[in-house]
Unconditional design. Structure first.
Length: 344
């Protein structure tokens, strides 16, 4: 086991550089033989936005529940803010959104937060600040029961922020948000990181993680298949992808591209040329063609999905099956209908 966090505390310089979350061999099994999380070794550093990426049933929620002491590990150890998992002294400095918080349906969003603020012993002003921070001011006095899924989610994040936590642990925080809400939430996470807070969020959306996270851990069938910086993830994704170019005159375009090493089209269909190259060479293709007097009317880089990343990192699996390293139960990795979100 690595040197898990030493003495915690805001004032210690050692604590500032020690990981905020560190786990070693963290495992959670469910009877009769489901391995929801297996031998997980995570390192989350202070001040970063860390994306915990995995598809449905990968083990994200179970991991987060262990981190905040809601579920006891079957094996392995971990530390949060330098203290053992579930230690109340650490949890007092953590804000989390894992299960939907039990808000009072007939109270307004603001009154719900005030109630929670009183319970946590924090100033009422924090409730107002939280509402503003998640951009719910216009709906602050509407009853919670009238809130959309996205508004409920934003109120949940505001609740997690109430005690001005050093670490936020958020399970799929952008679930249900519209595109503008997603952008606002991403901005909030970056702003929190800029203030030295650490954000550990889960997602099954590669795009989302790429846009907001500094580091990424990819969990698949209960196991961590990759952990590293966004640049390292992108390097893994930077392999050949499919770039399509619509260009005229097509003969000139073909001849020009064939003359540049590595840019030879693999297929042509009328004036559409397809190249299998890293997507970051798209601008080079455009420039090459334009300088050769070719008109480029369309240039698309095929989007690489999370599925592609998994296939690249783990090899093919079926949704009902699992690779040898994954959950041990038949059907492990398939979606469990969870009361927290009512399933898919
Ligand atoms: N209480 C439980 N009892 C039995 N199996 C469970 C329990 N909780 C989780 N599992 C199983 O553990 C695996 C991981 O579930 P988990 O909820 O952690 O995944 P997830 O990555 O959060 O998925 P999602 O994105 O769908 O929320 C799944 O196969 C799930 O069915």
């Amino acid at each position: 086991m690595s040197a898990l966090g030493t003495a915690p505390g805001r004032t210690s310089s050692a604590a500032r550089t020690a990981p905020v979350i560190e786990t070693d061999g963290l495992t959670r099994s469910y009877p009769p033989d489901i391995r929801a999380v297996s031998d997980l070794r995570l390192t989350v550093n202070p001040g970063e936005v860390y994306g915990f990426l995995g598809r449905n049933g990968a083990g994200k929620t179970t991991t987060m529940r262990m981190l905040v002491g809601l579920v006891r590990p079957s094996a392995g150890t971990g530390r949060v803010l330098g203290r053992p998992l579930g230690d109340p002294r650490a949890l007092a400095r953590v804000g989390s959104l894992i299960e939907s918080p039990a808000f009072e349906p007939h109270l307004s969003g603001l009154d719900n937060l005030r109630l929670l603020a009183r319970y946590l012993g924090v100033d009422d002003a924090q409730a107002h600040a939280g509402i503003a921070e998640v951009e719910l001011t216009a709906q602050a006095n509407h009853p919670f029961r009238t809130y959309s899924l996205g508004m409920k989610q934003r109120l949940g994040v505001a609740a997690a922020l109430l005690n001005d936590p050093e670490l936020l642990i958020l399970d799929e925080p952008t679930n249900g948000l519209d595109p503008a809400g997603m952008v606002a939430m991403r901005d909030l996470f970056r702003a929190l990181a800029a203030r030295g807070r650490t954000v550990f969020l889960s997602s099954h959306l590669l795009d989302e993680v790429e846009q907001v996270c500094d580091r990424v851990g990819i969990i698949h069938a209960g196991r961590l298949v990759m952990e590293g910086s966004l640049a390292q993830l992108q390097a893994k994704l930077g392999g050949p992808g499919l770039v399509s170019v619509r260009a005229q005159p097509v003969e000139t375009a073909l001849a020009r591209l064939r003359s540049v090493p590595g840019l030879s089209p693999i297929r042509t269909n009328g004036d559409l040329l397809e190249l299998e190259i890293p997507g970051d060479r798209a601008a080079e293709i455009n420039e090459t063609l334009v300088l050769a007097g070719v008109r480029v009317s369309e240039l698309t880089v095929a989007h690489r999905s999370l599925e592609d990343v998994f296939l690249g990192l783990t090899g093919p699996t079926t949704s009902a099956g699992s690779p040898p390293a994954g959950p041990t139960a038949p059907g492990a990795g398939a979606r469990r209908v969870d009361p927290k979100d009512g399933g898919e």
